[in-house]
Design a protein around this ligand. Sequence first.
Ligand code: NAP
Length: 254
Amino acid sequence: MAGSLESKVALVTGGGSGMGRATALIFAREGARVVVADVNAEGGEDTVSMINDAGGEAIFAYADVSRAADVEAMVNRAVETYGRLDCAHNNAGIEGPVGLRTHEYPDDAWGQLMSVNLKGVWLCLRYEIPQMLKQGGGAIVNTSSAAGLVGMRGASAYAATKHGVAGLTKTAALEYARPGIGVDAVCPGFIHTPMFARINVDNPRGEEQASAMEPVGRLGTPEEVAEVVVWLCSDAASFVTGNVMPVDAGFVIG
Ligand code: NAP
């Protein structure tokens, strides 16, 4: 049976780990040719090998999403290699320091989070959209967070960037609905990834505490988020745009 993304070309930033890797693998499972972009070359190349081993097609593109030249080169690489760009998961992000209150947050970390988590998503849109306009459409999914929908103690900069991604997503959705580019965001709850492990490195009860905050009583898996991203990029979601969608098993409604 043909996959839902047969003959499409998909790009994932932060594709060398966690949810980005899971999305890259599921894009490939659904028949897309995949550009795996990351600052972590080893992780990105490993994702490409996993896709190739499963019979799919992928390349790695080094890109720091906070640098315009890298993002432009990443999109050019996708088009030069595969001829087009149909789907993009703008997912790369960093957590920054955790547990500091708003007035304690360091300047340099504030700037770094804004550059990667917020400007990085905007730069991706800036270079992906012109290519999709040329082709007459496309689908873009940005990664926000539950912290893009509700406040989160000890994560002021992170929550600010993720709320920013939500605003950027809704605005771009309105601007590009007519030319046929869907723009949505996913807002994951607590997901079992290397980022979650880093945040909880000094807290042996971190998983238990986060699980207790999730109505289903457990963390999510990267694949549970990736399946939603891939659905949003498929033709099955053709009347869907501008959603800032919780993928959190009910965390933000609690
Ligand atoms: P992850 O396992 O740390 O994966 C993120 C990947 O992005 C890593 O390979 C990382 O490389 C890469 N990266 C970091 N900075 C980058 C940059 N400037 N340009 C390109 N790539 C960069 O994280 P994850 O948990 O899968 O998170 C993915 C996204 O989901 C992030 O936007 C995160 O904020 C969001 N999110 C996560 C959770 C959660 O519970 N895990 C919940 C809600 C939202 P390095 O490994 O070298 O840093």
